[in-house]
Design a protein around this ligand. Structure first.
Ligand code: TXA
Ligand code: MG
Length: 350
């Protein structure tokens, strides 16, 4: 163990070179640490150490059959983890790594069952956050890291969020500032005949089509939602209908109905928090109104911090204006839909 053992657990460290080396040493010693990425903060462990990986599940309260994403220092590490790498997957890694794209590939025998939930595939990505890359380069191997939140809850986009979620369960949290993307990576499954997006993210089907010359299937798009959920729920926790959820009941509402609904609820004595594109209307002191950006990337970047802030207000309801239709809003709309379904629960859904 390093001298880090004497320092308090759960502390936030500025991202100095010393802190990066300390985090890598803690990972080598089998501990878990909070790691910034460009999407959301991760809860990191040595992906080749099954005991360390088990600590992730315990800290999150996550069922053991939900697989983890392994973060790599570069695509050069792929052969250690992926047994077969389709040509298109290589092209996408070249185009989008480092960046917010996770590729699901057939795994090698080196990858512990604890990481994959016993499946024969593994999720892999090279993050673009400079501190994540520095940690990976110093560690020089795969880092397993789900989002650093308790299971089912809102993903953290700042070091303070991680501390609120996990406290002393983590050895330390490396502070990399607010995440630039703000929602989790696009997950693209290459383990079957046709590439399929399991979770939408900043890299869109159209972005992928531009590289591989065909549009991937998108889970839930051209099929009945019910069948999509039963097919995928045990494999991709981010695909559970209820996820990313605040404790305050959250409702999505058409823009045209927002003002009337907010006023009606406030009139009944409820405290109502509103996330909307438009400026506050009506001006009612019982309404807590937050204006969100009209650009989808900027909206995504602020979304989880805004949900967290609204949840902390102890309001009776959160009302969120439905998003515009269209491919640029798909990933954010996906997260809001799941947040609405999972909201209002006192503790984690099972
Ligand atoms: O942006 C991200 O992907 C963040 C940062 C930290 O990298 N990570 C993240 O991890 O969102 P997590 O565990 O919260 O979500 C990863 C999702 C889970 O829903 C998991 O079930 C799915 O990826 N997943 C991982 N490996 C898989 C596999 N082999 N097959 C299918 N789904 C997989
Ligand atoms: Mg997650």
């Amino acid at each position: 163990m390093s001298s880090a053992g004497a320092k308090p657990r759960g502390r936030i460290e500025p991202s100095t070179l010393v802190a990066i080396h300390e985090a890598a040493a803690l990972l080598r010693a089998g501990d878990i640490v909070g790691m910034p990425t460009e999407t959301v903060y991760g809860l990191a462990a040595d992906a080749l150490n099954p005991l360390a990986v088990k600590k992730i599940f315990a800290a999150k309260g996550r069922p053991a059959d939900h697989p983890l994403i392994v973060h790599l220092p570069s695509a050069d590490h792929l052969p250690r983890w992926a047994a077969s790498i389709p040509k298109d997957a290589i092209a996408l890694a070249r185009a989008f790594w480092p960046g917010p794209l996770t590729l699901i590939l057939k795994r090698t025998a080196d990858v512990p069952d604890e990481v994959t939930g016993g499946q024969d595939t593994v999720g892999l990505r090279v993050p673009s956050h400079s501190i994540a890359l520095a940690m990976l380069q110093v560690f020089d191997s795969g880092i397993a890291a789900p989002s650093a939140n308790r299971f089912g809850r809102i993903s953290p986009t700042t070091a303070t969020h991680v501390q609120e979620e996990l406290g002393e369960r983590v050895a330390m949290i490396v502070d990399g500032g607010a995440c630039a993307v703000g929602i989790e990576s696009t997950i693209l499954d290459f383990s079957r005949d046709v590439p399929e997006i399991l979770r939408p993210g900043a890299i869109t089907p159209e972005d992928i089509a531009r590289v591989i010359g065909r549009r991937p299937r998108v889970r839930g798009e051209a099929e009945a939602v019910a069948s999509a959920q039963t097919a995928v729920a045990p494999r991709v926790s981010g695909a559970l209908a209820a996820h990313y959820a605040p404790r305050t009941p959250l409702r999505l509402i058409e823009p045209a109905l927002l003002a009337a609904e907010a006023t009606a609820l406030a009139g009944e004595g409820s405290r109502v928090a509103v996330l909307a594109h438009a400026a506050p209307n009506p001006q009612d002191s019982r309404l807590i109104w937050q204006c969100m950006p009209s650009d989808p990337a900027a909206y995504a970047q602020e979304l989880y911090a805004s949900l967290r802030a609204m949840d902390a207000l102890d309001a009776d309801f959160i009302l969120i204006e439905n998003l515009p239709a269209g491919p640029d809003w798909r990933a954010v709309a996906d997260r809001l839909g799941r947040a609405a379904v999972g909201s209002g629960a006192e503790d984690d859904e099972t």
